[in-house]
Write a protein that binds this ligand. Structure first.
Ligand code: CA
Ligand code: CA
Ligand code: CA
Length: 320
């Protein structure tokens, strides 16, 4: 009953509204009126229109869905392609990383081996140094102790060494004094020439021996040599006079003068040629079958050349 009452009321309102609209718009013919003519005044047409709208909306929605599906599909393909590229890139990078890792492993292995070798060498050197230190500890310790002992002994001996040094200086001084005294003594000895043996005569700084027997010149020369002397050599007129004064007998005495090396070239035994001469008048004359090549001196102080093999006395001379 209520429902029917409600429907009847709505129909009455619908009729009233329709009449009011017809009364207001009847004086003029407008488009709104055409539209109103389509309104509930003809319900099937509205339904059709709504259905048409719904269909169009559905079609439009389907089109949007298809478009979106295509876009999603494209994006999905692009994503797959990107994933594939990423996978390929990842594979390449992994391969490169593997190569790098392999190279690094090889290099590190070589370096580790070299470092290990160096460590072994260093270890050997350290052992060697340790052995040397052990040896040095034994040997160097002994050497150091010896050095310390030597230093201690040197310290102990220092006063004695100093005294020895002073004694050496004093000895050197005494040696110098002795040398001076010896030189002065030699000078005095030369002046007085007290060394001539018994039987020898002294003149200036020379000792002379006058023989009492006769020999050949060569034998007489040898006899002087036996006495550490030589046949007399006249160096000055005073010496010649001294010899003459000591020849008391009327005899000739061999001098150390001859020309046996080359005739006429008179030469003393010391190799000197004649600087002064005291030949007797007419001498040297080199007479006889064998000639005369050895000189004699007589008490007159004059010289004569005589055959060297004749037996004559001789005069030796030597320094004091
Ligand atoms: Ca002389
Ligand atoms: Ca001669
Ligand atoms: Ca002669």
């Amino acid at each position: 009953m209520a429902l029917n009452g409600g429907a009847d009321g709505a129909c009455e309102n619908w009729e009233l509204t329709k009449d009011m609209l017809l009364e207001e718009q009847s004086p003029r013919k407008s488009p709104k009126r055409a539209v109103l003519s389509l309104l509930p005044s003809s319900p099937p047409r509205a339904v059709v229109l709504l259905a048409l709208l719904l269909a169009l909306s559905f079609v439009f929605l389907m089109i949007l869905i298809l478009v979106n599906i295509q876009r999603v599909s494209a994006m999905r393909e692009e994503l797959e392609r990107a994933q594939l590229q990423d996978k390929q890139s990842h594979t390449t990078a992994w391969h490169n990383l593997s190569e790098v890792r392999r190279a690094l492993d090889t290099q590190l292995s070589a370096e580790l081996q070299e470092i290990h070798s160096r460590l072994l060498n260093v270890s050997r050197e350290v052992e060697d140094v340790q052995q040397k230190m052990m040896q040095c500890r034994a040997e160097c310790g002994k050497e150091l102790r010896d050095r310390v002992r030597a230093l201690e002994e040197r310290d102990v001996l220092q006063p004695a060494l100093q005294q020895l040094d002073e004694l050496r200086q004093e000895q050197s001084h005494i040696s110098t004094l002795l040398s001076t005294a010896l030189e002065e003594t030699q000078n005095l000895t030369g002046m007085f020439c007290t060394r001539c043996p018994a039987g020898w005569q002294q003149f200036d700084k020379t000792c002379y021996y006058f023989s009492t027997e006769g020999k050949s010149w060569v034998e007489a020369r040898a006899a002087c040599s036996m006495l550490g002397a030589q046949l007399a050599i006249i160096n000055s007129e005073l010496e010649n006079k001294f010899l003459a004064n000591n020849i008391m007998e009327i005899r000739a005495f061999w001098l150390g003068l001859s020309d046996m090396q080359r005739e006429g070239d008179w030469e003393w035994l010391d190799g000197q040629s004649l600087s002064i001469s005291f030949w007797r008048k007419g001498e040297p004359n080199n007479v006889g079958q064998h000639g005369e090549d050895c000189a004699t001196i007589s008490s007159s102080g004059l010289w004569n050349d005589v055959t060297c093999t004749s037996h004559e006395a001789w005069v030796c001379e030597r320094s004091c």
